[in-house]
Design a protein around this ligand. Structure first.
Ligand code: A2P
Length: 324
C-alpha cells in the first residue's frame, strides 16, 4: 500500500500527516520536529489553531535550501478561517499563514468551514448574549477568491473542510479550480461511508481529522465513549501486535483515506507512522466499519439549560443538517 495518494492535480499527498489542532504553543515545535525527523512529510495546519508561527519555527530548522529536507519533499496544508471568507480578505489571510509558516507557497489551502463569520481580528466574534456573529458571504464567493491564490502561485491546490456532499457538489459546479480534498471528521465511530463514496465519485480525496477520536477535545465528557479504549479495537490490535491507534490509521490507509493524527508525544508520533508494515484482513476491515455510530465528536456547540446544542445548526450553510 502506497504511503501517498495522488490528488486530482497530480500532487502526491502523504497518507499520514501530523495534525496540529490542540497542539499547544510550547509543544508544537517539538512535535513537528519529531515528526519530520521520523519520516513524516505532511503537516496539517490552520490559522485558527493559533500555533502556525511555532510550526514555522520547526519547518525553518528542517526544510528549505541547505536543510535536511527540500521544500518539495514536505506537504503543508493550512486553512482559511471563517472570519476571512469575504473575498477581500482571502489573499491577506493566506499571506499571513505563509508568513507565519515561513513558506513561499502552500501545497494545499482549505476553506475551514462553509459558514462565514463577521469580518475582523476576533477569531470567534460574538454578540453580547454569547452567540456568534455570522456574515452572509456565500462559500461560493469565498471559493472564487481562493482560486485566485492558485493563479498567483501562492498555493498549489485548494480544497474544503467540513463540507457535506451537497455543498461539495455546489462548489464543483462553479469551480474553475476544483477542490482536491474535503477534510472531515472521520474515525470508526463516524465512518463517513456515504460522503467517502460521493467524494470518490468526483475525484475529491477525503482527509480524516480527529482520526483517533480526539480524546483531548476541550469539551470531551467522561460519559462519551473513548474510541481508543474500545475493546473491539483492542482485540483486533492484539491479532496484529499493533496498537488500537495503528489499527485505526491502517484501516483508513487501506480505504484510501488520508489521516492526520495529532500528537505532541514523540513516541506516539512515531507509532502513528508505523502503519505501512502490516495489512488488515477483509474481515477486520468490516469489523471496524461495523463500529460506526454516525456520531460526531466535533460539532461547535453551546450549552443551554445544561444541554449541549449544535451552535451553528440554524446557519443556512451549517453542513451537518444533511444526512451526509
Ligand atoms: P498526545 O498529543 O498527548 O500524544 P486526534 O488525532 O483524533 O485528534 O487525537 C489526538 C489525541 O490522541 C491526543 O490526546 C493525543 O495525545 C492522542 N494520541 C495520539 N496518538 C496516540 C497513540 N498512538 N496512542 C494513544 N493516544 C494517542
Amino acid at each position: 500500500m502506497s504511503a501517498y495518494v495522488t490528488l486530482a492535480t497530480g500532487q502526491r499527498m502523504p497518507t499520514v500527516g501530523l495534525g496540529t489542532w490542540k497542539s499547544a504553543p510550547g509543544q508544537v515545535k517539538r512535535a513537528v520536529l519529531a515528526a519530520l525527523d521520523c519520516g513524516y512529510r505532511h503537516i496539517d495546519c490552520a490559522a485558527a489553531y493559533g500555533n502556525e508561527p511555532e510550526v514555522g519555527e520547526a519547518l525553518a530548522l528542517r526544510v528549505g535550501a541547505g536543510k535536511t529536507l527540500s521544500r518539495e519533499e514536505v506537504f503543508v496544508t493550512s486553512k482559511l478561517w471563517n472570519t476571512k471568507h469575504d473575498p477581500a480578505d482571502v489573499e491577506e489571510a493566506c499571506r499571513t499563514s505563509l508568513s507565519h509558516l515561513g513558506l513561499s507557497y502552500l501545497d494545499l489551502y482549505l476553506m475551514h468551514w462553509p459558514m462565514a463569520f463577521q469580518r475582523g481580528k476576533e477569531l470567534m466574534p460574538r454578540q453580547e448574549d454569547g452567540s456568534i456573529c455570522y456574515s452572509d458571504t456565500h462559500y461560493r464567493d469565498t471559493w472564487a477568491a481562493m482560486e485566485g491564490l492558485v493563479d498567483k502561485g501562492m498555493v498549489k491546490a485548494i480544497g474544503l473542510s467540513n463540507f457535506n456532499a451537497r455543498q461539495t457538489g455546489d462548489i464543483i459546479s462553479v469551480a474553475k479550480h476544483k477542490p482536491v480534498v474535503n477534510q472531515v471528521e472521520c474515525h470508526p465511530y463516524l465512518c463517513q461511508a456515504d460522503l467517502l463514496s460521493y467524494c470518490r465519485s468526483v475525484s475529491v480525496c477525503v482527509t480524516a481529522y480527529s482520526p483517533l477520536g480526539s480524546g483531548d477535545r476541550p469539551w470531551a465528557s467522561p460519559d462519551e465513549p473513548s474510541l481508543l479504549q474500545d475493546p473491539r479495537l483492542g482485540t483486533i490490535a492484539q491479532r496484529y501486535q499493533k496498537t488500537p491507534a495503528q489499527v485505526i490509521l491502517r484501516w483508513q490507509v487501506q480505504r484510501g483515506v488520508v489521516c492526520i493524527p495529532k500528537s505532541v508525544t514523540p513516541s506516539r508520533i512515531q507509532q502513528n507512522l508505523q502503519v505501512f508494515d502490516f495489512s488488515l484482513s477483509e474481515g477486520d476491515l468490516k469489523l471496524i466499519e461495523s463500529l460506526n455510530r454516525s456520531e460526531r465528536f466535533i460539532v461547535p456547540a453551546v450549552v443551554r439549560d445544561g444541554k449541549r446544542e449544535w451552535r451553528d445548526a440554524a446557519h443556512p450553510h451549517f453542513p451537518f443538517n444533511d444526512l451526509y
